[in-house]
Structure formats: C-alpha cells, structure tokens
Design a protein around this ligand. Structure first.
Ligand SMILES: *[C@@H]1O[C@H](CO)[C@@H](O)[C@H](O)[C@H]1NC(C)=O
Length: 231
C-alpha cells in the first residue's frame, strides 16, 4: 500500500512534469515542422494599385505588343476598338492579314540571354505585382491550364490573366519538348503562385485531359492558399 501511494505522488512529481513538458514540446516541434514544410504562397490580402500607379503601369503594358514584329504598322488598336471610326473597315482588313507567329524558337532566347530572366519576363509582359482592385484582392481565384507547346503564346495568355493574389497550376503534356518543360520550370521559379507539373502523355480528347485538370485541383489544394474558385 505505501508503495502505491508513493507511485501516485510520483505521477505529479517534478520529474514527471518535466517529461510531459518534453513530450508536449516534441509534438509542437513535429507539428511546426510539418506546417512549415507546406510551401507558402502569398495568402495575405495584398494592397491594390493606386490610381497613380495604375496610370504608370498602363504606359508599360504596350511593351509586350511592341516586341511583336510589324504589329504596330499593321494593327491599329485605337481604330479597331472603335467600329464607328471611318477608317475601321480598312484597318480591320489590314489587321486580319497580320499573323501572330506562335512557334518562335528565338523568342525565349531574348529572355534567357538576360542576367535576370524573371525580371525581364516580368517587365516585358507587365505581370501585375498587385491586385487591380480591392474586390479582386479579397477574392483570390485558382486557374488550371493544360499546355503542350509555344512558350510565346503561353506568355501572352498567362500575363493577360495573371494577378499575384491568385494561384495558377500549369499541367505540361508529357509529350512536350524538354525545352518547353525547362522554360515552364523557369517561369515557376519567377512566381510563387505559379505551379507546374508534367503529366503523362495526353491524347487529343482523351481521358487524361480531365485527369490532368483534377490533378491541378489537387495540387492547388495542397498549397497554403486561400483561393475560392477554380477555373
Ligand atoms: C506589316 O507591316 C510591315 C511594315 O510596314 C510590312 O513589311 C508587312 O508586309 C505588313 N504586313 C503583314 C501582313 O505583316
């Protein structure tokens, strides 16, 4: 009997409390390591552009078009956006002849050749660094894309709907070239909210297309990101 009492007392003795604290510490440590191993994204609500900043930005946006050969001479955007303009039919006819060359092997080289590829891409395509409005800042979206080739076309598309508060998943067709995969890996290193992965070989209209989309949703779910809607 005295032995039992001794045992009970010991349960709450200083030595045991020390053990409990140690166990608790280990659990916290494991939990923290697990939590911090989840890649971080920009989950905090970002401050949108001010009106002044946006005015400056608007001037820069045209750079992405200026680097396309002969577009300015052939495609007059101010006229094309105004069908009431008398010069519209002529401008439309001229613009329809202009061709966007999507398979352009040299296009990527100009960025690769610069010391800071990420900065060159960011500057040329004016990838936004802030949300465009408070509403968009508070309602982050997630996008999934399945791509196969043409980094030039992809950069124009991506930069058109890129905003820093959103999350992007780019699934690369397993049949894509090694160069294309590397180019996308580079893009991934430039933006914390763009995630790329290589899928199996995709067949046209095959079941692997929805599979790739669902994998994208899965991958976006793994991120510490508060996106609300997937498209
Ligand atoms: C566009 O403009 C350039 C320069 O003025 C010209 O050489 C070219 O033939 C035009 N047309 C097309 C379809 O690119």
């Amino acid at each position: 009997m005295p032995v039992r009492i001794h045992f009970r007392r010991n349960l709450f003795s200083f030595r045991h409390i020390e053990k409990w604290i140690f166990t608790f510490y280990i659990f916290i440590k494991i939990g923290f390591t697990f939590y911090s191993s989840i890649p971080t994204d920009e989950t905090e609500i970002l401050e949108p552009y001010s009106f002044e900043e946006f005015k400056q930005l608007k001037k820069r946006i045209s750079i992405a078009l200026d680097i396309l050969p002969s577009i300015r001479e052939n495609v007059s955007c101010p006229i094309l956006f105004d069908p009431e303009d008398q010069r519209y039919p002529e401008a439309a006819a001229k613009a329809s002849k202009w061709h966007f060359e999507s398979s352009d092997w040299n296009f990527w080289r100009q960025f690769e050749a610069t010391p800071n590829t990420c900065e060159a891409l960011q500057q040329t395509f004016s990838f936004f660094t802030k949300p465009l409005s408070q509403e968009e800042a508070e309602y982050p979206l997630a996008y999934g894309m399945l791509v196969y080739k043409d980094i030039k076309q992809l950069l124009y598309v991506l930069s058109a709907f890129y905003q820093p508060q959103n999350a992007y998943c780019i699934a690369i067709d397993g049949r894509s070239s090694g160069a294309f995969k590397t180019q996308l890996q580079t893009i991934q290193t430039c933006f914390p909210n763009i995630h790329v992965f290589v899928t199996k070989r995709i067949e046209y209209c095959g079941p692997r297309i929805p599979e790739a989309v669902l994998t994208c949703v899965d991958k976006l779910n793994e991120r510490k990101h508060s996106w609300r809607y997937f498209q």
